[in-house]
Write a protein that binds this ligand. Structure first.
Ligand code: ADP
Length: 325
């Protein structure tokens, strides 16, 4: 499959600070791709370079079969920037049509599509109001429409779910799904791993400007599951006590954790490298441990991320002086 976007070794510095430090990833056409990471990781900066808002200090960006950022490529992209901005005094329907015309649609076609988008987003009754009369969430939906009206081959959305209530978040997820079904490509950024997990085919996770891991979500999950996290449930306290010496064997288990929220397991254990679940099970049974549950855990994306970068790096990474961001 040919690629919708290829980013290779891209670097961006602001003064002494390296915001994006040699990031590379490749997005196949027809894919929903998430660039994920905590605040300050370098996501928006990466998207801005793809959209020619700022220029990289090093590296290559190739869009839809070889175009460079800006110019011709920009016409094939629909971009929702992080800093949202519409003309507050313009009527909603005119705002969307205007953006359609700017992207080459005839006035009639732009108006028709703008009307259809307002219907789709549940905003028809607001068509003739000024943009400033709408709530923040509604304005955000209008801005989606302005980014999507020309049916771009590559849709780039910076933190699109932020500020949306659950119902509108669901509407956006459906729109993303529709774009995928039409064979087009979506790239979005988010710090919300749960959201990404629901809609992405593939992800690139970054922290402190560097790539932590990338690939298809199902391959990432499969690999992390194989790394061995086992949820254990004991029949009673006596069984739990009998299990302790087995779980203390560092050749078998490297870490014991409490179960994840909402899970009824007694604990989760991480298998030592080279140890497999069968050996742990055999060890527990040999020690006479009565088990209620023994199950390989499929870790969440957030858990995979924390395992890779450590809990401290997984939270917001803003430098103290980053008041503007
Ligand atoms: P994210 O989108 O992952 O939250 P950003 O790409 O916005 O992260 O920012 C990455 C880092 O670069 C942050 O430390 C941020 O403060 C810094 N940064 C971003 N834009 C600028 C700028 N125009 N000038 C200086 N520093 C910036």
């Amino acid at each position: 499959m040919s690629s919708a976007l290829s980013v290779h070794g891209v670097v961006k510095r602001f003064g002494n600070h390296v915001a994006v430090d040699g990031i590379s990833f490749e997005i196949p056409k027809g894919c929903v791709y998430g660039i994920l990471g905590p605040n300050g990781a370098g996501k928006s900066t990466t998207l801005r370079m793809i959209n020619d808002i700022i220029a990289p200090d090093a590296g290559e960006i190739s869009i839809l079969g070889g175009m460079k950022p800006g110019g011709e490529a920009a016409r094939s992209i629909g971009y929702l920037p992080e800093e949202r901005g519409l003309y507050p005094k313009m009527r909603v329907i005119d705002m969307i049509s205007f953006m359609g015309e700017l992207r080459g649609l005839s006035a009639g076609e732009a108006k028709k599509r703008a009307g259809a988008w307002l219907d789709r987003l549940g905003l028809s009754q607001w068509a003739k109001n000024k943009v400033q009369d709408l709530s923040k969430g509604m304005q955000q939906k209008v801005q989606f429409a302005t980014a999507l009206i020309h049916e771009p081959a590559l849709v780039i959305l910076d933190e699109p779910w932020s500020g949306l209530d659950p119902i509108n978040a669901e509407v956006l997820s459906e729109v993303v799904e529709e774009i995928r079904s039409s064979g087009r490509t979506v790239l979005f950024s988010t710090h919300g791993m749960e959201q990404a997990e629901k809609v992405c085919d593939a992800v690139c996770i970054i922290a402190r400007g560097k790539k932590v891991l990338d690939g298809k979500l199902k391959d990432i999950k499969r690999a992390a599951t194989a790394e061995g996290l086992v949820a254990l449930g004991f029949a009673d306290d006596a069984a739990k006590a009998k299990a302790e010496p087995v779980l203390a064997d560092k050749a078998l288990v490297t870490e014991q954790r409490p179960p994840r929220p909402g899970d009824v397991a007694d604990c989760e254990v991480k298998l030592a490298e080279g140890a497999d679940a069968q050996r742990l099970l055999a060890g527990l049974l040999a020690a006479g441990v009565a088990l209620r549950r023994f199950e390989m855990v499929v870790p969440t994306l957030h858990q995979i991320f924390v395992d890779k970068v450590g809990a401290a790096a997984a939270v917001a990474e803003r430098r103290p002086e980053d008041a503007h961001a």
